[in-house]
Design a protein around this ligand. Sequence first.
Ligand SMILES: [Zn+2]
Ligand SMILES: [Zn+2]
Length: 269
Amino acid sequence: MEHYICTQCGTQYLETEKPPENCKICTDERQYLNPQGQQWTTHTRLKRSHRNTVHTQGEGVIGIGVDPQVGIGQRALLVQGRDGVVLWDCVPLLDDGLAELVKAFGGLRGIAVSHPHFHTSMVDWAHSFECPVYIHSENRPWVMRPDSFIRFWDGERMELAPGMTLVCRGGHFPGSAVLHHDRDGGELFTGDTLYVNPDHRSVTVMYSFPNYIPVSAAKVRHVANAVEPFEFRRIYGQWWDAVIPDGGKEVVRVSAERYVSAIQGKDDE
Ligand SMILES: [Zn+2]
Ligand SMILES: [Zn+2]
């Protein structure tokens, strides 16, 4: 019996004798099936063939990746809070060296995941550090390895830790969330709920990133309005170095206006 991991998206599944027929996350149009066919691995195999990478992404924020890439190239963040370290989002691999490093930091207070493309091996991480994983209840249908360490939360906001608040207003997935931290003028950790564009000066909201399917103007406003009451300067996005160092609140406001006017534009131009 194995907890199989989809190599295309990095999602780990409940223990089975044979791999599942296909991956529910990849058959969804927000991701895509491997054109070469469905392939699987396991955490044990990944530990032999891959390693974690660790790079600072900002003050008190350490990025965690996997080399060579597995899944969609997820990058998680260790966020140093006033009262312990929180893991924002997750990656498919936790190697022994990284586990030791995190333990040296005092372990994890909790894990919070923005949406299903970062669920990956979150249950293995939770077991290693004996900490809860916070998932918005609207994303429950995409939890492929249910576990007693997973805590589902409801509504628009949840206090995760002192100074740290989870905020959900959907968009990409119905339970897509961001994490607000009140340190140093405010930080927003967005996964791809508010996707940091390559210019690092604007953000976007998409139903499907790989298939370029946008959301409605109303949904963009919903997501932007959800973070409007919070103060924040920096935005930490979804990939390595996708960081907006300052002016983040204005970036969200302007990006949302640009999006709405583009999607509601006239066709005769
Ligand atoms: Zn998959
Ligand atoms: Zn996504």
